[in-house]
Write a protein that binds this ligand. Structure first.
Ligand code: HEM
Length: 384
């Protein structure tokens, strides 16, 4: 299965030569098309996803004995009569009671996952053909504010909804992702924004053919007094010591920094957001290890332009790398991990899933154990 996936994935990669023949922005539309092909050929990709046992809320007790149905009938008639009276007298209280007794289970979260996945397919007019990358960035920026010493920040709270944090320079452009999710929140008011944003990150990664990211709910929304101070997210113009300081504060080591950076296989930089410009790979809506391969295999030079310092590939001049991306191959301790992931997509997927899971759980006071995580099925796996 792993081999089949690797073959399929390499088929999806556009080579730099095929890319050269395509208009700069037009190539970006090929990925969803390729994705359809991938789906038809390799359905059931996530078939072996494991489902952790879901606790059944309020199990219905079974009636026993031969006269049970008579007692049941009498009880039901009584309940309907009494219930109707109670409801007509207290309609608002009734609605409140229904809301309060709703305990969402795995199936409810899978339904929200499906709604996000379908919205991703429907809105292919955005950017490179998918909101997926910007949803991943939203989930990461919600989580990446965590400080392990003060135990502040992290994916609990969804405090980026408020101006003090939403207006941080690093969060420029993420309103697009938050707005994209708003109809899904409206249709499922029981889910918190903070659980929804992380679920959307998980969904986007899986639907863009990345690995399964196990998930558990438990985040609550907080008010603006929990907004984190500016400066907790990485500055792309810096080097490896900055990365170590920022990711070390979250509790991550060198290997994990490199594994997380592979997310830059997805999406692009926007001049009106970060000031940088362009995608890292030729298939920005499909997760692959191409970020590492291109970082090592292409020749990179500093781009001559008015914008901030960024690298450009010498062959097609259409790809970019940030100074922080360059830093991970210049650093002697980080580079071996780049080499490992460039060679082995399965190793990248395994480590990426493990580290993203940790990232997305930073700062959350879960009441469920680590053995209670769920793995969602992709839309493909459900239709195969
Ligand atoms: C290593 C430190 C990192 C730096 C300095 C950095 C910096 C940036 C910058 C400058 C952009 C462009 C934003 C724009 O103009 O739209 C970007 C985009 C992105 N980043 Fe990072 N990032 C880092 C780590 C990560 C991590 C850990 C993840 C996820 C696990 C991630 C996921 C993404 C994605 C998916 C995009 C594309 C967004 C889009 O297409 O709209 N980044 N990043």
């Amino acid at each position: 299965m792993a081999t089949t996936r690797s073959i399929a994935r390499s088929a999806l990669r556009a080579t730099s030569s095929s890319f050269k023949n395509t208009a700069t922005r037009n190539y970006t539309r090929f990925a969803p098309v390729a994705r359809q092909t991938f789906r038809q050929q390799y359905r059931g990709y996530a078939d072996n996803a494991t489902l952790a046992p879901t606790p059944t809320p309020n199990p219905t007790p079974k009636a026993g004995g031969s006269n049970a149905w008579i007692y049941g009938l009498v009880a039901a008639v009584g309940a309907i009569g009494g219930g109707t009276y109670w409801f007509t007298q207290n309609p608002d209280l009734f609605a409140e009671k229904v809301k309060a007794s709703f305990v969402p289970a795995f199936e409810d979260y899978q339904k929200v996952y499906n709604a996000i996945a379908k919205a991703l397919e429907e809105h292919d007019e955005y950017d490179d053909g998918s909101y997926g990358p910007v949803l991943v960035r939203l989930a990461w920026h919600a989580s990446g504010t965590y400080d392990k010493d003060t135990k502040t920040g992290g994916s609990n709270g969804a405090t980026m909804r408020f101006a003090p944090e939403g207006d941080h320079g690093a969060n420029a452009g993420l309103k697009a992702a938050r707005d994209f999710l708003e109809p899904i929140k409206e249709a499922n008011p029981w889910i918190t924004y903070s659980d929804l944003w992380i679920l959307a990150g998980v969904c986007a990664i899986q639907e863009m053919q990345g690995p399964v990211i196990p998930y558990r709910p438990g985040r609550s929304d907080r008010d603006l007094s929990f907004c984190t101070p500016d400066g907790r997210l990485p500055d792309a113009s810096k080097e490896q010591n900055h990365l170590r300081a920022i990711f070390g504060r979250m509790g991550f080591n060198d290997q994990e920094i490199v594994a997380l950076s592979g997310a830059h296989a997805l999406g692009r930089c926007h001049t009106d957001r970060s000031g940088f410009e362009g995608p890292w790979t030729f298939s920005p809506t499909v997760l692959t290890n191409d970020y590492y391969r291109l970082l090592l295999e292409e020749k990179w030079q500093w781009r001559k332009w008015d914008g901030p310092k960024q690298l450009q590939d010498t062959k097609t001049k259409s790809l970019m790398m940030l100074p922080t991306d360059l830093a991970i191959i210049q650093d002697k301790k980080m580079r071996p991990f780049v080499e490992k992931y460039a060679k082995d997509n399965d190793a990248f997927f395994k480590d990426f899933s493990a580290v993203v899971l940790r990232l997305f759980e930073l700062g959350v006071p879960f009441t469920t154990g680590k053995d209670q995580r769920w793995s969602f099925k992709t839309l493909d796996a459900q239709t195969s």
